[in-house]
Write a protein that binds this ligand. Structure first.
Ligand code: C2E
Ligand code: MG
Ligand code: MG
Length: 614
């Protein structure tokens, strides 16, 4: 190799070694420019072979053509159907020189179309990676040019430098991609999301930046019960539908296991973001079949906004997280926008966490039980009462269970709290009965999932019934659907022991979790409580109607009672009656009552019901 060619190769090596994924095209252009000028040719190009789509793709060229036709006839050229010169790029192994000749007229014509260059000569050198031709480096001269063997050798050396660069960039891009994407779903990951938010929140950027944090309800149950591969396909199906449902430009990321974020690309106020979230939520609420199992899929969505220049990514994410927690703790399948009260609520939560144990132990009046009556829709007869715990807070007033049951569970007080509710409610019921009130009514007590798997629940129930002289068939325990399937063996054992005591068992919020249809056969369950989410809009939502219908059919097949929760409209009541569901609770019939009001209702025994004005 002559000194000039040596320098050429060394110069190219130095330039290409410094190239990165972001700069390789412009650096390649510069190297090609040097080569074009050194060899005194008119045009140089670098093409990569994409063997997945069987095409050669233009990467860099010099001089960069002006007025490139669209589509560029020499941009992506598929091997099949390409003329001989482009087609041979697929497997070219040795340098090839083409000089004007009638045999390659078709090639000449294509180049002329793409570049308006007439009769040309061409030197082409393959980029090789092992046995695979990964691309071509080529030089075109208008008119004829002879290529010397040492010139072609220099080009071979430079082509191998280009091949190395190409391999390095593929590897770098892959690493970059993996660093920013989630393996399972191919969505951006948490790190990439935070980088995106940082960018959106710099001072001077357009705001507010809104963020939706979606949390799939009860994914853990699916994973635990059906295995992770089912959980994985559930997630993948979810992501496909999420992408479809997102109907405006937005960045979608997987934030964590069952958490996803959607960040609209345009500035958006919280009201618009909330409306968007509601749209998504409705579209994602589906019964899905995974691995032959029917699963109810719902998501809870928290919505928050951040101001560029004022908020950081972490502020926005924390708010969205609080909003999502609020959505989840109010039963899931909800949309909650972040608001100021939420930060207060979290302060209250801390306060509860600090004092709950002494409240339970202290035997104060702070924990009270209210009762939600259950009626026969046909006769208005009061059939029972469900014990619902409330916490009288010194500054916040009467707190609903949503705001403290989760706390109790998280600090291991679920068992204690559960025992207290059981005692308070049984004491109350036995008092009423001693006065001849509610002799035929059933007492329903909610049992937290944690309580059910903890030791001693059977004993607690037995001793409490005994202590207050209550007949065991006066008591019905309500367990949520998800717990039924979390640990089926343990659940079956505990429920069977409870059943042997003579107490009734109801599955609460039925239809919301993993529909443990097949397990209903094995578990000693007496009653299904149709979740209020399906009951509320029964008059207007045909999907809900179909679900309630199938729950009724299911109950019938297994010989179970059905209670409808959350009747709010006469329409819903009428439809339930038509479907043969006679037992119900709901604000239309009665709100939860304090003990005194419940006692008067039980004393009356029945109310007048009239659903005709619906
Ligand atoms: P749940 O067992 O499904 O109880 C019914 C909830 O629905 C009650 O809310 C009740 O006030 C509400 N509700 C009744 N009718 C309607 C209606 O027409 N529309 C609407 N939107 N809601 C209605 P609450 O008292 O806030 O209880 C929430 C949940 O907290 C309960 O859901 C239950 O899972 C849990 N819980 C309540 N007390 C206890 C308890 O002592 N121990 C345990 N472990 N959980 C409890
Ligand atoms: Mg309940
Ligand atoms: Mg319920």
């Amino acid at each position: 190799m002559s000194g000039g060619l040596d320098d050429l190769v060394t110069g190219a090596a130095a330039a290409l070694m410094a190239a990165s994924s972001a700069t390789h095209v412009s650096i390649s252009e510069r190297v090609i420019a040097d080569l074009v000028s050194h060899f005194g040719v008119d045009f140089g190009f670098l093409r990569h072979n994409d063997h997945t789509i069987h095409a050669t793709v233009l990467v860099a060229e010099y001089p960069v053509r002006e007025n490139v036709p669209d589509p560029d006839p020499i941009g992506v050229v598929y091997f099949a159907g390409a003329d001989s010169i482009f087609a041979q790029a697929e497997n070219l192994k040795l340098p090839d020189v083409v000089r004007p000749d009638a045999a390659n007229e078709d090639y000449q014509r294509r180049v002329e179309e793409g570049s308006a260059i007439p009769q040309t000569s061409l030197a082409c050198v393959p980029l090789l990676s092992g046995d695979v031709t990964t691309g071509t480096l080529g030089f075109v001269k208008i008119g004829d040019r002879e290529w010397l063997p040492e010139e072609l050798n220099a080009l071979k050396a430079i082509a191998s430098l280009f091949a190395q660069l190409q391999a390095r960039i593929v590897a770098e891009d892959r690493v970059l991609y993996l660093a920013e994407h989630d393996d399972l779903t191919d969505l951006l990951n948490r790190r990439a999301l935070i980088a995106h938010l940082d960018e959106r929140l710099v001072a001077g950027a357009r705001g507010p930046v809104s963020l939706l944090l979606l949390d799939i309800d009860r994914l853990k149950v699916i994973n635990d019960h059906l295995g992770h591969h089912v959980g994985d396909s559930f997630l993948k199906a979810f992501v496909e539908q999420l992408k479809e449902a997102v109907d405006l430009p937005a960045v979608i990321a997987r934030f964590g296991g069952d958490e996803f974020t959607v960040v609209p690309t345009a500035a958006m106020e919280i009201e618009a973001a909330e409306a968007f979230a509601k749209r998504l939520q409705a579209m994602l609420h589906k019964q899905v079949v995974i691995d032959g199992e029917l699963l109810a899929r719902t998501v809870s969505i928290g919505v928050a906004v951040g101001e560029p220049g004022r908020d950081r990514a972490s502020d926005l994410l924390r708010r969205a997280d609080e909003a999502t927690s609020a959505a989840k703790s109010s039963g899931g399948s909800k949309v909650a926008p972040y608001n100021r009260e939420m930060s207060q609520r979290y302060a209250v939560r801390d306060d509860i966490e600090l004092h709950l144990e002494e409240t339970i132990d202290g035997n104060t009046d702070a924990l009270v039980v209210h009762y939600l009556p259950e009626f026969d829709l046909r006769t208005g007869e009061v059939l029972g009462a469900e014990a619902l715990i409330r916490l009288q807070h010194p500054t916040q007033g009467l707190l609903m269970p949503d705001s403290f049951i989760g706390v109790a569970e998280s600090i291991n007080l679920a068992g204690k709290l559960g025992r207290l509710v059981m005692r308070l409610a049984c004491a109350q019921f036995s008092q009423w009965r001693s006065r001849g009130v509610g002799l035929n009514a059933v007492l329903r007590v909610n049992v937290s999932p944690i309580q059910l798997v903890a030791d001693g629940v059977v004993e607690t129930v037995a001793t409490t019934l005994d202590e207050f002289g209550l007949n065991s068939d006066a008591l019905c325990l309500e367990i949520t659907e998800s717990v039924v399937v979390q640990d089926i063996d343990a659940t079956q054992k505990t429920l069977t022991e409870l059943k042997n005591l003579g107490v009734h068992i109801a599955v609460d919020d039925f239809g919301t979790g993993y529909s443990a249809l097949t397990y209903l056969k094995f578990l000693p369950v007496d009653t299904l409580k149709v979740d209020k989410g399906f009951v509320r809009d029964l008059g207007t939502d045909s999907g809900d109607l179909a679900i309630v219908q199938s729950i009724m059919a299911l109950a019938d097949a297994f010989g179970l009672d059905v209670v409808a929760e959350g009747i709010e409209s006469p329409d819903a009541a009428k439809i339930l009656l038509d479907l043969g569901c006679h037992r119900a609770q709901g604000f239309l019939l009665s709100p939860p009552l304090d003990a005194a009001a419940m006692e008067s209702l039980l004393t009356k025994g029945a109310v007048q019901l009239d659903f005709s004005n619906g």
